[in-house]
Design a protein around this ligand. Structure first.
Ligand code: ZN
Length: 292
């Protein structure tokens, strides 16, 4: 008998059924002081990771950011002014437990909805901004998300400022059915009007940008960018494989794959983001000079 059997013999057998790992369960390092990178598995000080805009110090893996972290890392300090922050969802289809779920997410995320909108400055240049936050209903697009984004686009139009959106979404919000899907059309029309009036649209897709969001405003920028490694997809891999009866390539639906196939203009590391966006904003200023 091997020595290890002495300790394992009477242990209950491991349960065979699959479990879905939660964010905290994925890492075997206690949350707080240290953070383990899910990509390279190296451990680093959380403080240093945060200082590095949540980009792994070893391999460049981009951890997910919430809206507040995004504002702190992207917008000039103290320049952000939020708009429509108190808009909240109703339960138009009387979907069971929807209002309770919204309330729970409000408490957990400290947000009223899955998108934060407002005005701010990037290196001194004024912009209108929308940032989706996956910690609220997985960033799903309900009517309030669509309405807030539309109002932000209209604000950019009114003020003649560039519109920048960071997307992160699981797609349409099932509890709002067709009303959720209608947001695709509404936001797209608002962007088209803005564009016709000469507005500049920059979309930055972050992990994950999927479903109706990827199929509407996320992909309608004058510039469509993504963060490294971001999952960007309309339907899930399995659904596509089953319908076309073909195996898809390993990197299918990653930002890198989409860049190779022409759906993205560039992949920009978060480390360089402010500088590159500043350059683009300068190019589009009257008399701007190109420096890339
Ligand atoms: Zn790493």
């Amino acid at each position: 008998m091997a020595l290890k059997d002495l300790f394992t013999k009477n242990q209950p057998k491991k349960k065979k059924y699959a479990t879905i790992p939660t964010e905290t369960a994925k890492s075997d390092v206690p949350e707080g002081i240290m953070t383990k990178c899910p990509s390279c598995k190296k451990i680093m000080y959380t403080k240093e990771l945060l200082k590095n805009t949540k980009v792994c110090l070893h391999c460049g893996f981009h951890f997910q950011m919430n809206a507040k972290e995004r504002i702190d890392s992207f917008i000039d300090e103290g320049s952000f002014v939020e708009i429509n922050e108190n808009m909240v969802s109703e339960n138009p289809l009387n979907f069971p437990d929807y209002l309770e779920k919204l309330e729970k997410d409000r408490q957990k995320s400290k947000l009223n909805e899955a998108v934060v909108t407002g005005m701010g400055k990037v290196n001194g240049q004024k912009i209108v901004l929308a940032i989706m936050d996956a910690s609220f209903r997985m960033g799903s697009m309900g009517s309030v998300v669509g309405e807030k984004i539309t109002l932000a686009i209209e604000k950019a139009d009114e003020l003649s400022l560039p519109f920048i959106i960071f997307t992160a979404s699981g797609g349409a919000r099932m509890q709002e059915g067709a009303l959720s899907l209608m947001q695709m059309a509404k936001t797209s029309v608002a962007l088209k009007r803005f564009s016709n009036n000469g507005g500049l649209i920059i979309s930055i897709m972050t992990h994950p940008t999927t479903g109706g969001v990827s199929a509407s405003f996320a992909s309608l920028g004058d510039y469509n960018f993504a963060e490294p490694g971001a999952l960007i997809a309309f339907a899930g891999r399995r659904v596509i494989e089953q319908s076309i009866r073909e195996e898809l390539p390993e990197d299918f639906q990653t930002a890198e794959f989409l860049l190779k196939h022409g759906q993205l203009d560039a992949i920009i590391s978060r480390i360089d983001l402010v500088e590159k966006i500043t350059n683009i904003l300068e190019i589009h200023q009257p008399g701007g000079e190109i420096e890339w």
